[in-house]
Design a protein around this ligand. Sequence first.
Ligand code: F0G
Length: 456
Amino acid sequence: MPSFMEPFRIKAVEPIPFPSGEERRAALVSAGYNLFRVPAKAITIDLLTDSGTAAMSAAQWSALLSGDESYAGARSFERFESVVRELTGFTEVLPVHQGRAAERIVLHRLLGHGDLSVANTHFDSTRASVLAAGAEAVDLPVSHTDGAANPFGGNIDVPALKTLLSGPAGDAVRCVVLTITNNANGGQPVSLTNVRETKVLCDRYGIPLLLDASRFAENAYLVATRSADLAGLEPRAVARAIFDLADGCWASLKKDGVANIGGLIAVRDSGLADRCRDQLIETEGFPTYGGLAGRDLDALAQGLVEVTEPRYLRYRAESARWFAELLEQAGLPVLRPTGCHAVYVDAGRLLRHVPPALLPATALANELYLAGAVRVSELGTLVFGRPDPEGGPDLPAPRELVRFALPRRVYTANHLEYVAEVAGEVAAKAGSLRGYRVVRQVGRMRQFTAVLEPVA
Ligand code: F0G
């Protein structure tokens, strides 16, 4: 058993389903072999996402009752605004219903046809917003080599950013985005130094630096524990040092808000805030509720305080590390070092006989479901593959990853041991797994609705 333990006890429980092997097969077939389409009642352990899946604390549940549901100027908003201002230092605070609403509002104010947004890696919804604004999304992650343990694998490649900004395309760059932690790149942290160096470049070229701060607390904890010069600093202080370098942020609060819904935009520039507010009114709601109920804002205000507690963050990071060890012992190639919100497995390495075009990450994810009703997500070619501009087969994703996301405060060590057992069964027959092909897909985020079929 792990040398750390859950820093909470359980006050309310929810039974979990145990579908039989036959029921699992039937559920997967009728879902078109797409785990997003499998109903939750057919899932035993759901590691699809850490988004909106957190267990709220007793303090958050009781905060719900203080919710002020006034349309305008609710006290709930005042409490939310004051917590966000104190945490981030940004003066202009706009609530939204979730992260992608924030992305759309901010990015459509900054970007137009032919413009560029540059990031350590745009998350898929962020990329979709950039493209919808008529702009292009350029990812400049630090390069990673198999097995190389970079403590700050979420960083942006600063020399590459410098080359881009000083070159002919530099004039088209309207924003630089740092996603903390870098979800699409192994959930790895972005160091304080990397943010500082990025800010210097942004200032030199007069470009705003924005954070996708959806996992700001986990980033701060990982940065504090991996930087010798920050040892002993509270995660809150590290988070603040990072926010201080940026011009603004957006966040999905379904992650480090430790609640089930919510998001925010927070910036220093009151002109940009006014333009965002104008759009917020058109698509989300009045600026003091932004598509949320007053009670949601109270739960978030409390969650944003709890999430920076060092003991909670230590448990979060250590349980991910311990779970990664279990998966590795079970025979899965795990990405190292681990972050906090998920453990990533390299399906490309496990299933070398399945080419990227036949979606090895999907093959592994689906087999985990069939073996034990465990649901994980694919972050491989189904999600990050690109249409070939020449009209050929899709261009593969850089890596074929499967993500075992860890909902906050939901599953115990025993649950994770069960997942590792299931993973062991699947790893033992990895050589016999077959790929999948897409039979129906729509739009830029095909993974959510695509229908697949196994390749014979
Ligand atoms: N940015 C990052 C880094 C994210 O991970 C997500 C969502 C979003 C923005 C969008 O936020 O879902 O509230 O609209 N990530 C989820 C995930 C869906 O499973 O990683 P949203």
